[in-house]
Write a protein that binds this ligand. Structure first.
Ligand code: SF4
Length: 226
């Protein structure tokens, strides 16, 4: 059996050295973890999400050396995917990253709230960017059939409870994909816990369906929709 830590590092499949838009107000690097539990038809990063072996592995030593050299120019690390909470041994990766002294923001689709709670309780993540895909009833369609309305309600309720207890550690965002109407966006806003605003972003279709990388959208491999 492969040790969990090795299995975890096998998911580290990309690095953007500097981003000024992934963490509002903080210049950060972005670490990409391959694999996703959803099948959103609008996914911009299908290869990272569903075929991570197609993306080059980023060796642990390379990432460690990068952080040692560049951390003084950065204010944080964004961990994205795919879906980072799906990675077995995620805590080991977060421990390694946080050893450089930078805070970590983690992007999540919120469908594994127990993992979010665990890394929050361990103090490994300073901020969670939670993607709310749309109104609960549209989750099956928005996620390629991966999430039922029932599961969306249960998982988001768990995340919302965590956010109410630790409001400084969460923000919520929705990408307005073609399936979503004005009424849907209002429904998402109404779902959020009291005091939270919804960050919205426009959907930009990939130049071809499920593009190999967002380089086609003038962005390095990443996750615009998650
Ligand atoms: S959009 Fe995000 S949550 Fe959906 S399949 Fe792609 S990586 Fe996964």
């Amino acid at each position: 059996m492969i040790p969990t830590t090795i299995a975890a590092w096998n998911h580290v499949r990309g690095l953007t050295p500097l981003s000024l838009c992934d963490w509002p107000g903080k210049p950060c690097c972005v670490v990409f973890l391959g694999g996703c539990n959803l099948r959103c038809p609008t996914c911009h990063n299908a290869d990272m999400a569903w075929n991570m072996e197609s993306q080059p592995l980023l060796p642990q030593a390379t990432l460690r050396a990068f952080l040692a050299k560049r951390k003084r120019w950065l204010s944080g690390i964004t961990v994205t995917g795919g879906e980072p909470t799906l990675v077995p041994g995620l805590g080991a990766i977060l421990h390694e990253l946080s050893a450089c002294g930078l805070p970590i923001k983690l992007d999540t689709n919120a469908m594994l709230p127990e993992v979010v709670e665990a890394v929050l309780d361990e103090g490994l993540v300073s901020l969670f960017a939670v993607d709310v895909k749309g109104p609960l009833a549209k989750y099956p369609e928005l996620t390629g059939g991966a999430v039922s309305e029932y599961d969306a309600r249960r998982n988001l309720s768990h995340i919302f409870a965590l956010a109410q207890a630790r409001p400084e550690a969460f923000f919520f965002r929705t990408t307005r994909v073609p399936l979503l109407t004005d009424a849907d966006m209002d429904a998402v806003r109404a779902m959020l816990p009291a005091g939270f605003a919804l960050t919205t972003q426009d959907y930009k279709p990939p130049r071809r369906p499920h593009a190999l990388a967002d380089s086609e959208a003038r962005r390095t491999t990443g996750n615009l929709v998650n």
